[in-house]
Structure formats: structure tokens, C-alpha cells
Design a protein around this ligand. Structure first.
Ligand code: NI
Length: 191
């Protein structure tokens, strides 16, 4: 049974690995997806104010292009996920918009990250069927974040001006700005 301990966090170097394409969707792939789901839900159950929105396989140290995204971002009682095998962005549209972003592999830190408003995705589902999705807003942000993971990229890499871009979640569930030098750089949380 997989749990949140399967999730690797920075400065684990494996997060920087490029994932490889999945060939045939075997029982092993289904097991990896199941482990990803259980790890994400167990993480969520340990957090008061956060939703386990999505995960890429590299985050449980499996170097394969597999992404899971929660079916509902509003309803926490819906614990199901959509599965994307070999996901690729085929088109980015609209402006770059900044918003808060977190990651299960970047412990307790949030950042202001620019992402495209709209993306088109192609992938396979768990049955091997080709799927295409046009995503906007938060879902578009999630796809960009997760597909980044498959190339070893993290949200912190998109932050150009670090001084006012990092936040932590307080016990009350509010985001509080961090001091880049004192809270992040000197603690060596990220690298
Ligand atoms: Ni992430």
C-alpha cells in the first residue's frame, strides 16, 4: 500500500530527471497509477487546508511520463483522478498569468508562477485511447505544472524575481510571504 512517504521532495535529485515515454500500458503501469493515487490521497489526509490536486510519476521516483489529475478541484469527497499517459502540450494560448502554485515535492512553499491561460493537451488514457483536452484557467495551470515534472522542471524554475515570490501556508490556511534570503536560500530547502 503506497502512502505519502513514497513522495520525494526537494532537494531529492531524481525530481530533475527526464521521464521516458510509456510503451504498452501493462499491469505494472496500472499499479504505478494506483500507487500515485494512494500517495496523493494519503498526503491530502495529512494536510488541513490543501487538496492533492495532481501528481507526476517522477514524484514517487518512477521515471515515466504518467500524470494524474483530480477529477474535481472543488469537491474533496470526490477522490477520483483522471489519468494521462505520455501527456504533451500541443499548443499554448492566451497571456501568461501569475498565480499561487504549490507542489507536493516542494514542501510547504508556494510561489507566484506565470502560466499560459489556455493549453491544448494530447495523451493516452489508461486503456490506451488517444485523448485531447483543451484546458483553461486552473486546469491549464495544473497541466503545465505536471507536464513540467516529466521534463525535470519545477515551478520554482519559472520564478524570475525571487524576492517577493515565495509564500508559506500558515496553520490558519493563509499564505504568508517569505523572506527569500532568510527563509529559503539560507535554509537550503530548494537546492
Ligand atoms: Ni508538482
Amino acid at each position: 500500500m503506497a502512502d505519502k512517504k513514497n513522495i520525494i521532495t526537494l532537494p531529492h535529485v531524481a525530481l530533475r530527471n527526464k521521464s521516458t515515454r510509456v510503451g504498452v500500458i501493462t499491469e505494472e503501469i496500472r499499479q504505478i497509477v494506483s500507487d500515485m493515487e494512494q500517495s496523493t490521497l494519503d498526503w491530502e489526509d495529512s494536510r488541513q487546508h490543501e487538496l492533492g490536486v495532481a501528481l507526476a510519476a517522477v514524484q514517487i521516483n518512477v521515471r515515466m511520463r504518467i500524470v494524474i489529475i483530480r477529477s474535481s478541484f472543488e469537491d474533496k469527497t470526490d477522490r477520483t483522478f483522471q489519468h494521462f499517459i505520455n501527456p504533451e502540450i500541443t499548443k499554448c494560448e492566451g497571456d501568461l498569468v501569475e498565480d499561487y502554485e504549490g507542489c507536493l515535492s516542494v514542501k510547504d512553499i508556494y510561489g507566484m508562477v506565470p502560466r499560459y491561460e489556455k493549453v491544448k493537451i494530447k495523451a493516452l488514457d489508461l486503456e490506451g485511447n488517444a485523448i485531447r483536452v483543451t484546458a483553461e484557467g486552473f486546469l491549464a495551470r495544473v497541466f503545465q505544472h505536471e507536464i513540467d515534472h516529466t521534463t525535470g522542471t519545477l515551478f520554482i524554475d519559472h520564478i524570475k524575481d525571487s524576492q517577493e515570490a515565495f509564500f508559506r501556508l500558515t496553520e490558519e490556511g493563509k499564505l504568508q510571504q517569505l523572506d527569500y534570503e532568510k527563509d529559503i536560500r539560507d535554509n537550503r530547502i530548494l537546492w
